[in-house]
Design a protein around this ligand. Structure first.
Ligand code: ADP
Length: 379
């Protein structure tokens, strides 16, 4: 349906009119005010568009229709303001297009909830990338430094070759260019890794190579680990796909969980004595043979009684720059995989976070495609 600058309906489809239980002729010419009375919630959208600065402003939200004698029904609305150029010449004000799709109160509330979580997840991923910027700068420095050296060498050889051309000199030049290309590709892989980590996408369910995900998560944090002098020990034989412990899920989400837990462990050790910063990752299949468990243990500050009860609540943080959504999101992501996330205190120092993910039965695993880790194809 489209409304002109004077606020009346200019045109509408038959489907739109049917949703309002009217004919097209009834709807066309209807005033914006009358439409707002029929569609409870539309006034919010009109106000939001009117307040927007951008001439292409958009609004989405749920609308309620109170049918005569019937239970109210819900629609999802999407309204877009048309650019000034789309108005007939001489028309002032602004025009808008409204699209309705049928839905129930339940589904629109669920959708809103999912959208909110997706936004939150994206924000926290972007935040993680913000923190990762230092690591990225450090990692990129290496190939870029090599590239500059190689190119300087190539330039010097070109000058020599110009003065005294020789076939041997040409092959040296080729080698130099190849070296430069290698470094550029290496830098592109570093950037690609961060880009894949932040991309928002539909959840997938594929066989995942958790060992590859763990290694790439540690690589993303390697500079932080080195900077804080953290020693890493791995006992993760059970994660190897060769050992037949298949887990299905979304690789990007599972990596988000791993990075968050590893990062928290590194942060928790900031005040531990330098020689005692240890991060241990272990894995095992549980006694019932139904779950694969990953344990991430640190020798950090540990979790006090007060914090223990609030740890998974949104916005609980003890860090000056923390957002406090990481653990809450991690738990939702693991539960989305029908798994569990919890923590236990360590005997000596620090704590251990545990992730349990259901194993895929053999027959089912044969049906699932394998998740391709962004670092390369999983075996
Ligand atoms: P953020 O890292 O932004 O604070 P999280 O939800 O990931 O958000 O963590 C919430 C809080 O849980 C942290 O601020 C910290 O107090 C506590 N926490 C998480 N992991 C650990 C850990 N390994 N050791 C001690 N405290 C932890």
């Amino acid at each position: 349906m489209g409304a002109g600058a004077n606020g009346t309906v200019q045109w509408c489809t038959e489907a739109f009119a049917r949703l309002l239980q009217c004919t097209v002729a009834d709807v066309v010419g209807m005033s914006g005010f009358a439409l707002c009375l029929q569609l409870v919630g539309l006034a919010d959208g009109v106000a939001a568009l009117a307040a927007g600065q951008d001439s292409h402003a958009e609004w989405s939200g749920p609308l309620r229709m109170d049918g005569s004698g019937n239970a109210p029904c819900w629609h999802h609305a999407h309204m877009r303001r048309l650019p000034k150029a789309a108005l007939a010449s001489g028309e002032g004000g602004s025009a808008a297009v409204l699209r309705l799709s049928p839905g129930s109160e339940q589904t629109s509330a669920t959708r809103r909830h999912l959208e909110d979580r997706e936004r939150l997840l994206f924000t926290s991923r972007s935040l993680a990338v913000g923190e990762m910027a230092t690591t990225l700068a450090h990692e990129l420095n290496q190939p870029l430094g090599s590239l500059a050296n190689v190119l300087r060498g190539v330039k010097a050889r070109m000058v020599t070759l110009k003065a005294a051309p020789s076939p041997g000199g040409m092959s040296h030049l080729e080698q130099g260019v190849q070296l430069a290309l290698d470094q550029v590709q290496y830098a592109a892989r570093i950037i690609g890794r961060v880009r894949d980590f932040t991309q928002s996408h539909q959840p997938r369910r594929e066989l995942v190579d958790l060992l590859a995900l763990l290694h790439s998560s540690l690589t993303l944090l390697d500079w932080d680990l080195a900077r804080h002098g953290v020693r890493v020990s791995l006992d993760v034989q059970a994660l190897s796909t060769q050992d037949g412990a298949p887990v299905a899920g979304d690789g990007v989400m599972l990596q988000q969980v791993l990075v968050n837990l590893l990062r928290n462990a590194i942060d928790a050790m900031a005040d531990s004595p330098p020689g005692e910063r240890r991060l241990s990752v272990s894995s095992q299949v549980d006694d019932a043979g139904e779950h694969l468990e990953i344990a991430i243990a640190d020798t950090g500050c540990g979790i006090g009684e007060d914090a223990a009860g609030q740890l998974f609540m949104p916005f609980f943080t003890t860090k000056p720059t923390g957002m406090g959504v990481g653990l809450n999101i991690c738990r939702s992501l693991i539960e989305l995989h029908q798994g569990r996330l919890w923590f236990t205190p360590n005997e000596e120092r620090g704590c251990t976070f545990h992730v349990a993910l259901p194993l895929v039965p053999d027959a089912a695993s044969a049906q699932l495609p394998r998740f391709h880790d962004f670092g390369g194809t999983c075996p």
